[in-house]
Ligand binder design. Structure first.
Ligand code: LLP
Length: 431
């Protein structure tokens, strides 16, 4: 199977985290997001242990909440001892409402408004990751007005192409994030920040992309970041004490994707960092990363009920479900691949279908050309695997469909973490 939390019972019924997918769908209804809490915790512990081994005790993985942001996930992250990367007042407020400590929140974003900055400052968010010079000025003014000295990391763009798909390639020189090193602007950005009394410049940040499998990408990132740290020391006489190289490790959506050995990769990054830091004659910085997808993706599964099976002779066949691009827009946006499984056995004969949703546009496809039992019919349950990252968090109310509930699976039991959105919820903001 794609991941060890997916299995078939002796009668062929699909199991996720050891529980019957059909039974969960009966209990909670569909469409339904399932999240394997034990798997999330295991992934967190994998990161904590790999970080300790590679970089020492004070290194900290920050969970990138953009992958899946809801109250319960922040409780889990607090218990597992991870920090948080948040990108909006909504993510910050959700984390705080779960009791997540404000000091452990790193606040991201390339378009923070004055109101966003005020929101985070007033709640004691530990660190701002400043994206650009405009934000720097607003933040320093607002921090000064509150007599604060706000800790910041400065986001720079090292100029690396991580060979991933365009929408998630964030390290190249001409992307909208951060300040480029190549053009000389990053040095001026650091100089400006160091001149601001209300800011405490702790370190540097970069993020080169998502779904990264290329083993070389983070090693090249370390080379460039340490090189820039040495340039800053030489030119401005300043030594950074934190280095955050963002998120990005890839996960397996299908059997064709490689199996990434993340602890081994982190070990290599640690060795490279120590080497480059020693060569540059710098002190070892506290090391941070921001994994999102690799913590929650393989903990997720989405379950649908088939509404219709439509065969167009000589053309193609569709399995139309009660979900769609509203709960998983990733095929529509990126052409993302997924593994699709029928939740119960239905004979040996298979056929090829497009798995479609119920939104009013022909592009509403969850996954094209998948193999399912030929006898698949209305009422059957279909599971899409590895949907824990960027599905719930990217869901919409297009066509005014309510978003599915999110059910956590823990130790053989299940509980509701986010309830289903009702028609009343969907129209609740209309005046
Ligand atoms: N840090 C920063 C600054 C980021 O921009 C991201 C992802 C992460 C960390 C987490 O990266 P991860 O470990 O999850 O790869 N919606 C797209 C993914 C967008 C990623 C955006 N930034 C998708 O569904 O594939």
């Amino acid at each position: 199977m794609l991941c060890e939390n997916i299995a078939r019972a002796a009668d062929g019924a699909l199991l996720f985290a050891g529980q019957s997918v059909n039974a969960l769908a009966d209990t909670y209804g569909t469409p339904l997001y399932l999240m394997d809490e034990d798997r999330i915790r295991r992934n967190c512990r994998m990161y904590r242990a790999a970080f300790r081994d590679a970089f020492g005790e004070d290194a900290l993985p920050l969970y990138a909440g953009k992958a899946a942001s809801f109250r319960q996930i922040y409780r889990i992250m607090a218990e597992e001892g991870l920090g948080i990367d948040a990108v909006s007042p909504g993510e910050i407020g959700t984390a705080l409402s779960a009791g997540f400590p404000a000091e452990e929140i790193y606040y991201h974003g390339d378009g923070k408004t004055d109101a966003d900055i005020a929101y985070a400052l007033d709640r004691g968010v530990g660190c701002f990751i400043v994206d650009n010079g405009d934000e720097l000025i607003s933040l320093s003014e607002q921090a000064a007005a509150r007599s604060l000295r706000q800790k910041v990391l400065l986001r720079i763009t090292p100029g690396i192409d991580p060979h991933t798909y365009h929408a998630v390639n964030t390290g190249a020189v001409d992307v909208k994030f951060g300040v480029p090193v190549e053009t000389g602007q990053a040095m001026e950005f650091v100089r400006a920040a160091l001149g601001m009394k209300s800011l405490e410049v702790a370190g540097l940040h970069c993020h080169v992309g998502s779904m990264v499998f290329d083993e070389d990408v983070f090693l090249r990132t370390i080379d460039l970041m340490v090189g820039f740290m040495a340039d800053v020391r030489d030119e401005l006489g300043f030594v950074f004490r934190e280095l955050n190289v963002g998120g990005g490790y890839g996960v397996r959506y299908t059997d064709d994707d490689p199996m990434a050995d993340i602890p081994a990769r982190i070990g290599e990054v640690g060795a490279r960092l120590r080497r480059r830091i020693a060569e540059a004659g710098l002190p070892l910085p506290r090391f941070l990363m921001e994994p999102g997808r690799s913590i929650v993706a393989d903990a997720g599964m989405t379950v649908y009920t088939v509404c219709s099976v439509k065969r167009i002779p000589g053309y193609k066949s569709y399995v139309i479900t009660d979900g769609g691009m509203t709960d998983n827009p990733r095929y529509c946006l990126y052409g993302a691949a997924y593994t699709v499984l029928h939740a119960a056995p239905r004979g040996k004969l298979r056929a090829i279908f497009d798995l479609a949703g119920r939104c009013c546009e022909s592009g509403d496809i969850i996954q094209p050309a998948i193999s399912l039992p030929a006898a698949t019919c209305r009422g059957d349950r279909i599971a899409v695997c590895t949907t824990g990252a960027y599905n719930f968090s990217m869901a919409s109310n297009y066509n005014r469909f309510g978003r599915p509930p999110l059910v956590m699976l823990r130790g053989g039991e299940s509980y509701l973490a986010v309830r289903r959105e009702t028609v009343e919820d969907v129209r609740a903001l209309d005046l």
